[in-house]
Design a protein around this ligand. Structure first.
Ligand SMILES: Cc1cc2nc3c(=O)[nH]c(=O)nc-3n(C[C@H](O)[C@H](O)[C@H](O)COP(=O)(O)OP(=O)(O)OC[C@H]3O[C@@H](n4cnc5c(N)ncnc54)[C@H](O)[C@@H]3O)c2cc1C
Length: 485
């Protein structure tokens, strides 16, 4: 039941705008309010620091600690000449973030169940196949063809991986980015997500990926940006939201400790996973059109498994692939112990995604460590590999503050679903965050642009004395070609 505070029309609220979540979207929404002359807002954040899924930690044996990134690590798509810049790159430049260029397709070696085997040609074929997939997928937009999965797309283009090598190179080019399989992913939306970020001819930033190697953590850039405008009183840390009550008169947010905070408007930036899992409840419940949209988008999981060893025994490239007979089994290995990265750190990491992330989160650390070591011993049959000096992996999927890593667009998520996912509910409750971005879902820059958009819209509401320009929504999502049975 909403607090009586907000049912009284003239009630004075604690603040004008509550920004729920202190990740990139929340901080940029706050900055946008500030730029629009609105400083009567508060960011409510469950953790003890800002940054959200930009999250780092100190890792390694005593005396040999390195900052590792548990979440976002790359600026994906940078800038060509004076063309459009990824806004995360702009922040990185502004705040002097230390980065290194990732070379996914040249600084790489390949392994299979017998050890080192060169199948780089298959990798280059997979890169070409993926480029073709995104060009043809993108071409379905102007011709108004129905969406389908990337698996269908690949098959129509004659790409049908069967061998462990063919499967792992496809995995690397595809799943390692979307954190789900081609079967689970929209052909059309993944094509434009790729093109709008990486393809300069389609308005993208660039093909490049910059890895943060800054020992202050990648999060430093957004925390430093927050410092430029945010006052301590505008941030409430260690405050977990349990309930968001909304009505025509405002919102009441109830925290886990029982505190109520009232506001004229709320912008939630919680991850799609949080919205899907009822970690936060809405009163009244969100309308069905909103719930259908939330449950129809996918939350994917991308898991980095960090191992530190006394001595480096592995490849001298940035990346390595491991082709198992089981697609998705510890397929991508990334070395941080390299000149220009984190030399002498002794750190190598494996990545698993999607169902394999969910699988390992249900295992103990010791079990996952043993599986990862077994793979390394297969890759390096002539090396005696000791126990690591440190081991860690984050459990994004189980974490009630995230419930996964980032959103991914499935083929069954149609255009009106997206419209409904972004739409405000009533005039008081607004939605932001990476998953709401049509062009850049999943990316840091998606969260950034959605933060600006929500900040601008709510600023308008405030300046027009409650006359908001609502986003469109549809009560129900029709079938474009209904079945005749
Ligand atoms: C493993 C991983 C790798 C990634 N790699 C990249 C990459 O290389 N490049 C890239 O561009 N993007 C990457 N991403 C995606 C990127 O991190 C996200 O798109 C972006 O950080 C999302 O920002 P946001 O503000 O939308 O959400 P969030 O950062 O999730 O912000 C929401 C905030 O809400 C808080 N919160 C949640 N529930 C509650 C509650 N009940 N009460 C109070 N607070 C709550 C959370 O703690 C969080 O701080 C990666 C993400 C992960 C997890």
């Amino acid at each position: 039941v909403p607090s009586t505070n907000i049912t009284k029309p003239a009630a004075k609220h604690d603040t004008t705008v509550l920004i729920l979540g202190g990740g990139v979207a929340g901080i940029i929404a706050a900055r946008t309010l500030h730029e629009n002359g609105i400083d009567n807002f508060r960011i409510i954040e469950a953790r003890g620091e800002l940054g959200g899924r930009m999250r780092s930690m100190e890792f390694g044996a005593t005396g040999r600690r390195t900052t590792i990134e548990l979440g976002a690590n790359w600026i994906q798509g940078t800038q060509v000449g004076d063309g459009p810049a990824n806004p995360i790159l702009t922040l990185a430049r502004k705040h002097g973030l230390k980065t290194a260029e990732s070379d996914f397709y040249e600084s790489i070696v390949t392994y299979d169940r017998t050890g080192s085997v060169d199948y780089l040609e298959a990798l280059h074929d997979a890169v070409d196949a993926y480029t073709n997939l995104t060009v043809v997928g993108g071409g379905r937009v102007p011709t108004k063809q129905v969406d389908t999965t990337c698996r269908t797309g690949y098959s129509l283009l004659g790409v049908k991986p069967r061998t462990p090598e063919e499967m792992v190179v496809e995995y690397y080019v595809f799943d390692w980015e979307y954190a789900q399989t081609p079967e689970q992913t929209s052909w059309i939306a993944s094509s434009w997500a790729n093109n709008f970020t990486f393809d300069v001819e389609q308005g993208g930033f660039s093909e490049d990926n910059l890895l943060s190697i800054d020992q202050r953590g990648f999060k430093y850039l957004i925390q430093a940006e927050a410092q430029t405008f945010l006052l301590p009183a505008q941030t409430v840390l260690n405050a977990t939201v349990r309930t968001i009550a909304h009505s025509d008169n405002g919102v009441v947010v109830t925290l886990a400790n029982g505190t109520n905070i009232t506001a004229d408007y709320a912008i939630t930036t919680f991850s799609l996973g949080v919205l899907q899992n009822d970690d936060v409840s809405f009163e009244p419940a969100l309308p069905m059109w909103k719930q259908e949209a939330i449950q129809s988008m996918s939350m994917a999981t991308y898991t980095k498994i960090f191992l530190q060893f006394e001595e480096k025994f592995w490849f001298d490239t940035q990346f390595a692939l491991y082709a198992d007979t089981e697609r998705g089994w510890y397929p991508v290995w990334q070395s941080l112990d390299l000149e220009g990265f984190m030399p002498d750190s002794g750190v190598v990491m494996a990545t698993v995604t999607g169902d394999y992330s969910e699988r390992i989160e249900a295992l103990s650390d010791a079990q996952v460590q043993e599986e990862a070591l077994t793979v390394l011993r297969t890759m390096f049959p002539n090396t005696t590999i000791p126990a690591p000096t440190a081991f860690f992996f984050p459990r994004w999927y189980s974490d009630p503050l995230y419930r996964g890593s980032y959103s991914n667009w499935p083929a069954s998520f149609v255009s009106p679903h997206h419209t409904n996912l972004r739409a405000n509910v009533g005039k008081r409750l607004w939605f932001s965050g990476e998953a709401m971005s049509q062009k850049y879902f999943g990316f840091l820059h998606g969260a950034y642009f959605e933060g600006i958009d929500a900040g601008e819209r709510v600023s308008q509401c405030v300046h027009r004395g409650g006359e908001c320009k609502s986003l469109p929504f549809q009560e129900s999502v029709p079938n474009a070609s209904p079945y005749i049975i």
